[in-house]
Design a protein around this ligand. Sequence first.
Ligand code: G3H
Ligand code: 13P
Ligand code: ZN
Length: 322
Amino acid sequence: MPLVSLNDVYADANRNYYAIGQFNVSNLEFTQAVLQAAEEMNSPVIIGASKDGVSYAGAHNLVAMVKAGAERISVPVALHLDHGPSMELVIECIEAGFTSVMIDGSHLPLEENIRVTREVVDYAHQHGVTVEAELGRLGGIEDDIKVDAKDACLTDPDEAQRFVEESGVDTLAVAVGTSHGAYKFKEEARLDFNRIATIKKRLGIPLVLHGASGVPRELTDKLTKYGGQIANAKGVPDEAYRKAVQNGINKINIDTDLRLAFTSTIRQTLTENPELFDPRKILATTREAVKAVVKNKMQVFGSASQGNSKSSEEKLAHAEIV
Ligand code: G3H
Ligand code: 13P
Ligand code: ZN
C-alpha cells in the first residue's frame, strides 16, 4: 500500500497495547529486510532514517526505495526522519515524501524545545505528516548517580504534560534509562517503568522508547568470533520490552541490533567463503540476518499480526467471525 502517516497506526497500537518497531536503514538491503519482515509477520512498520542516514543515501533515494517496496506489500509502512535536528531537514524530508518526522530539541531549554517543536508540528500537520519530539536526555540509571542528577536526565512528567499540550506533538520520546549504541548498561538493564506509566497516565498519547536495541549475546559472540571487537556491550532484554509496552510504549527504535546483525554476518560470510567476490551473494546473507532480527522484534513488541487490520473494532469483529 502507499506510505502512511502514523495517526491510525498509533491509535490502534495505543488501544491494543503493542509497539511498532522503528528500524533504521540507509541502503537497499536493510530496506528490503525490514519490508520483507513486515509482510511476513503481518506487522505495521516504521522505517527510520537519521540525518546521517539521509546524507548517506539521499532523501530522494530513500523515499523511492521505501515507497516502491511498500507499494508491493499489504501492511502499513511509514518513512520517518529520526532525530531531526532542524526545520530545514524536516522540510527537505517532507518535501521528498517522508510521512513522519522527529524533531529532537531535547538538548534545548524547555521553552525553546516547545517553540521549535510547535513550528515543526504546524508545518508537518499541514502536510498530513505525524510528529515525534523528545523530552529528557537519554542515559543510563546508575546506582552511583545522585537522585537529583538522575531525575534531571529522565523525562519529568509535569514537564511532559506541559510540553505536549503546548507543542501539539503526536508522540513523545521519553528518557527512562536507555541510551543509544551497544553499551547501555554497566550491570543489569534498568528502565524506569513507573515513570513510563506515570507519563502515559497523564498524556494518553503514544510514547516512544529510543536506544532500545537488545545487543543479544549471539550477535556479539558472532561478531567477536569473526574478528570484531565489542567487549562489555549490553542492551535491553526482551522482558523489558514487554514491560515497557504494558506501561504505555507504542514505538520502539532499533538501529544498533541491525548493524550488529549486518556486520557479524558479513564478517562470517567473508571469512568462511574466501572465494566470494559477488557483492550480491555477500549482501544476501546480511539481508537475511537483518530480517531475522526484525521479525523477532515484531513478535516481542506485539506488532506481529496487527498489519492488515484497520481498527480494533474490525479486529474484534474478525475474531468473532473466526
Ligand atoms: O538514534 C540514533 C541512530 O542510531 C542513528 O545513528 O546517526 O549513526 O545514523 P546515526
Ligand atoms: P539503538 O542504538 O539502541 O538501536 O537505538 C536506536 C535509536 O534510538 C534510533 O533513534
Ligand atoms: Zn534515538
